[in-house]
Design a protein. Structure first.
Length: 110
């Protein structure tokens, strides 16, 4: 039961962090001034045309949350518990991959 609650909380925290504006992008504009944007990891993935990582994170999170809710509602199948653990691990791994990828991506502005 505790694992189900922690799974739901972890996925909520993952989405909160992925939607926070934690990166600052700077680009030189044609008129010579430097423009600055504050972007979230999801925004940087969209700019870098890597939106499949966003969808992968959402799929893992949805499966994890749904299986956790089923487990909390009393479905005590071993398959549900296995799906919950695998989807939580997948969600955490994709979260780490997104954070690493977005820290090294730089948008090009023309």
């Amino acid at each position: 039961m505790l694992m189900s609650i922690l799974s739901i909380i972890a996925n909520i925290v993952f989405f909160a962090v992925l939607n926070m504006n934690i990166y600052t992008d700077r680009a030189m504009m044609p008129n010579g001034e430097v423009r600055q944007w504050h972007r979230s990891p999801f925004a940087r993935l969209s700019i870098a045309d890597q939106s499949f990582l966003i969808w992968l994170q959402m799929i893992f999170a949805a499966v994890s949350i749904i299986s956790s809710i089923l487990f909390l509602l009393g479905v005590r199948e071993k398959v549900i518990k296995t799906i919950q653990l695998v989807s939580l691990a997948g969600s955490a791994i994709v979260f780490i991959i997104i954070m690493i990828f977005t820290s090294d991506s730089h948008a090009n502005y023309a």
